[in-house]
Structures are given as structure tokens and as C-alpha cells.
Ligand binder design. Structure first.
Ligand SMILES: C[S@@+](CC[C@H](N)C(=O)[O-])C[C@H]1O[C@@H](n2cnc3c(N)ncnc32)[C@H](O)[C@@H]1O
Length: 406
């Protein structure tokens, strides 16, 4: 039968990229080892909202298909005793971010109206005023609107260079002019069928083709916050869109560069880095964030430094020595946060076959639910005579390891 064991780290292939459960204030040794090597560091810390955020997640085949049923798990707490405590936290984070950057590197700090002005002064102190690059306004449409003042519908992203040698290439983020057109010029179609706007000046016609690239300024209105049914959405609170991270990152990084996020949450930065072909390092104090981020990544060249849960939860997964197959069984999950009415087999989000070597789980094959494939593969042939160990992640983002005992 499969019995619960413990893994301190999970490694896939070369294990080069890192997802770590830990604090951005006390850099773990694996992160400290990257000092001076990171090309892009993004920080999207708690904003000092005074709130606790939950993660609401659909589970099981029906959940993935239809958006319900759901379960609710505590996400992260954004509460600080006072402004001074918050600013000390932020200062520690920004200093650590700077230490990680290489000379050509760039730092982004994402906040909102609450603390962005104080943060700007902190960044000026830590990076030097002359290293300021941008204050980007990311404006979006969302929920409630105050009538007592203009609705606060933007976040502020401060961008600083590590040194004057920083790298930045705006041509990496073209936007079709059509999407970005904000003028009243008449639109016409030319002989080749291309649409354009034009103005006459000094007897000369200036044409602006809709399909010519233009480049973003520092006010971004064309990136929407994630909608309820967005396939990108993980349910992790305050998840940012991939498009936003890609726009921030692409002018700064080249393939093979290192990217880091010291408060990675659902893993948007690391997922964007993987898509662009960069190495990545994601750190978060919340183990569930690490599980959510891991699920967004290909299980390749990755080390996850986050201990698996040891809580005696049993699994009915089995190995059949005749057929040499592993059959997925349910996790015997009970109590909070698992809904009493949930079918146990619906509460498994993903499972993996691999080998437990001491405290290291070496992952080989992962099966997980997705929008495209909401049902889990539940019966797998195993090559060879060795009986694989299992890593099972439940719908609340808790990871448990099981090893076979005769
Ligand atoms: C605003 S969320 C990040 C959201 C993320 N950008 C995304 O797209 O999903 C802030 C994150 O900071 C994490 N956090 C809070 N204090 C931390 C600390 N000291 N070290 C690392 N992470 C921390 C929280 O757990 C939370 O996941």
C-alpha cells in the first residue's frame, strides 16, 4: 500500500529553475547564491490593504468544466501594524531585489495608490534617483466605483535600473496601431487594402497604418485584469495577467537570462519567464502559492523547495505487480477547507509518478486537470520493475508524497 512520506524538495530534470517557499526578507541560500546574476526582478508585494485574501477554486471535473463547485482556502494576509512596519518590510524587499540584480538589470515594483508615493522615495534612496526609469500606470476596469471621488482604477509600477548599463529595447513590445488608436482622424483604405488614418499638413499627407507597430507609453489601458472565466485564472488572489508581465519583461530580458519574483503568488512572473525562454526563480512565503505556481509551469528543469505536507491523510492509490500499473485513488480528505459534500476523487488536482530519494522527490510524469482536460488520467503503466512513489496535490494546493510499502 501507499503510505505517506515527506519530501523537502521536488526536482524535475536538471532542476535549474527555482520555486521556493520562503521569505523575500531573508533570502534562502539558493536565492542568495544568485546575487548579481538576475536580469529582471519583479516585486508585487502586499499593498497594505488591511485585508485577508482567500483563494476560491473550482474543483473536480465539473469544477474545471463549469466553474463550480468551488472550495475556499485562505490565500494571504495583507495586514501590517502600521505604516512604519510596512515600509520596513518594503525596504527589506527592495534592498534584496537590488542585491540580486546584475549591472544590466531592471527592477519593477508594483503597488497602488496606498503606498506608491512612499515606495517611490524608498526606491530613490535604494537605487539612486538617477536610476529611475518609469512610473507606469496600469489602468483597468473593475468592480465598484466610488461617487465621493474619481474611481481609483489603476496600479502604479515603478521601474528602476540597477546601473546606467541597464538593458532596454522598446521595439520588443510592439502594439498594433489599430489597438492603440486614440484619435479622431478619418480612416481610409489604400490600394492594397490596408487601413490607415491620415492628416494633411503643409500640403503633404501623413499616413498612419493600423497594422504598423507602435510602442506603449507609460499609461497602459489595453491590458485587462483577469476576468472570472479567464483560462489563465488560478483563483489565487490578486493574480496579475501574463500580458502585463510580458510587456514589462520583454524590453529588458533576452532568452536564457534569469528573472526573479520575490512575492511570486500564483507564479505569473515565472510563467511569463518560461514562455519567453528565461530561467526563473520564484519565492513566496505561502506554500499554496508555490503549489499553484508549480501547476502553471511545465514540469521541466525545475526545483521546488517547499516541504510536502505530512498529516496522515491516506490515499487509496494502488500498484498492481501483475500488470505493473498504478491506479490513482482518492485522498481521504476531511474537514476544513474540503467541502463535506465533495466526492473524494474530485479533490485531487494533480498527481505525479517519481522516485523519493532521501528527502528529494524526483518527478518523472505529471497528470493534472486543466480547462482542456478536466478529467484526471487515473491508470498508468509503469515501465520496469521499480514501483514509483507518488506526489499528489489536492484542490486546496496541499502537496503530499506517498511511497509503496509491501
Ligand atoms: C500581491 S500577491 C502576488 C501576486 C502575484 N504577482 C500573482 O500574479 O499571482 C503578494 C504575495 O506576496 C506574498 N508574500 C507576503 N509576504 C512575503 C514575504 N515576506 N516573502 C515572500 N512572499 C511574501 C504573499 O504570500 C502573496 O502571495
Amino acid at each position: 500500500m501507499y503510505v505517506q512520506a515527506r519530501a523537502a524538495r521536488t526536482v524535475y530534470d536538471s532542476g535549474e529553475n527555482l520555486l521556493i517557499c520562503g521569505s523575500g526578507l531573508q533570502l534562502p541560500p539558493e536565492v542568495a547564491a544568485k546575487k548579481g546574476e538576475i536580469q529582471f526582478v519583479y516585486l508585487d508585494p502586499p499593498f497594505m490593504t488591511g485585508e485577508s485574501f482567500d483563494r476560491k477554486r473550482a474543483y473536480g471535473e465539473q469544477g474545471w468544466k463549469k466553474g463550480s463547485p468551488t472550495l475556499t482556502v485562505p490565500g494571504y494576509v495583507d495586514k501590517f501594524a502600521d505604516e512604519e512596519t510596512y515600509l520596513a518590510f518594503l525596504q527589506g524587499m527592495i534592498e534584496n531585489a537590488r542585491v540580486l540584480l546584475r549591472q544590466e538589470g531592471v527592477f519593477c515594483l508594483h503597488l497602488d495608490w496606498r503606498m506608491s508615493s512612499q515606495a517611490r522615495l524608498l526606491c530613490d534612496q535604494i537605487f539612486g534617483k538617477e536610476m529611475f526609469l518609469n512610473e507606469i500606470i496600469w489602468a483597468y476596469e473593475s468592480g465598484g466605483r466610488s461617487k465621493k471621488f474619481f474611481p481609483r482604477k489603476h496600479d502604479t509600477i515603478l521601474m528602476y535600473a540597477r546601473s546606467k548599463k541597464y538593458r532596454f529595447d522598446l521595439t520588443q513590445v510592439p502594439i498594433p496601431r489599430g489597438e492603440n488608436r486614440k484619435n479622431h482622424m478619418a480612416r481610409k483604405i489604400d490600394e492594397e487594402g490596408r487601413s490607415y488614418s491620415s492628416i494633411l499638413s503643409g500640403g503633404k499627407e501623413y499616413r498612419y497604418y493600423d497594422d504598423d507597430p507602435v510602442y506603449p507609453g507609460d499609461v497602459w489601458t489595453d491590458i485587462s485584469i483577469l476576468q472570472q472565466k479567464d483560462p489563465e485564472r488560478t483563483g489565487y488572489p490578486t493574480q496579475k495577467p501574463l500580458k502585463l508581465l510580458e510587456r514589462l519583461m520583454k524590453p529588458v530580458v533576452q532568452e536564457g537570462d534569469w528573472v526573479a519574483d520575490l512575492c511570486c503568488g500564483s507564479g505569473t512572473t515565472v510563467a511569463a519567464a518560461e514562455r519567453i525562454g528565461c530561467h526563473f526563480l520564484g519565492l513566496d512565503a505561502n506554500p499554496e502559492a508555490i503549489a499553484v505556481a508549480a501547476a502553471r509551469l511545465k514540469a521541466e528543469d525545475l526545483t521546488i523547495l517547499s516541504e510536502t505536507v505530512v498529516d496522515g491523510v491516506e490515499t487509496s492509490a494502488t500498484y498492481d505487480p501483475e500488470t505493473k500499473r498504478v491506479k490513482l485513488g482518492a485522498l481521504n480528505l476531511e474537514g476544513e477547507p474540503y467541502p463535506a459534500e465533495a466526492r473524494k476523487e474530485d479533490l485531487t488536482e494533480s498527481w505525479e509518478l517519481g522516485w523519493l530519494e532521501g528527502e528529494v522527490f524526483r518527478g518523472e510524469k505529471r497528470y493534472q486537470r486543466s480547462f482542456q482536460y478536466p478529467a484526471l488520467v487515473d491508470d498508468v503503466a509503469v515501465g520496469g520493475d521499480r514501483i514509483p512513489d507518488l506526489l499528489m496535490t489536492d484542490a486546496a494546493g496541499r502537496r503530499r508524497v506517498y511511497t509503496w510499502k509491501e
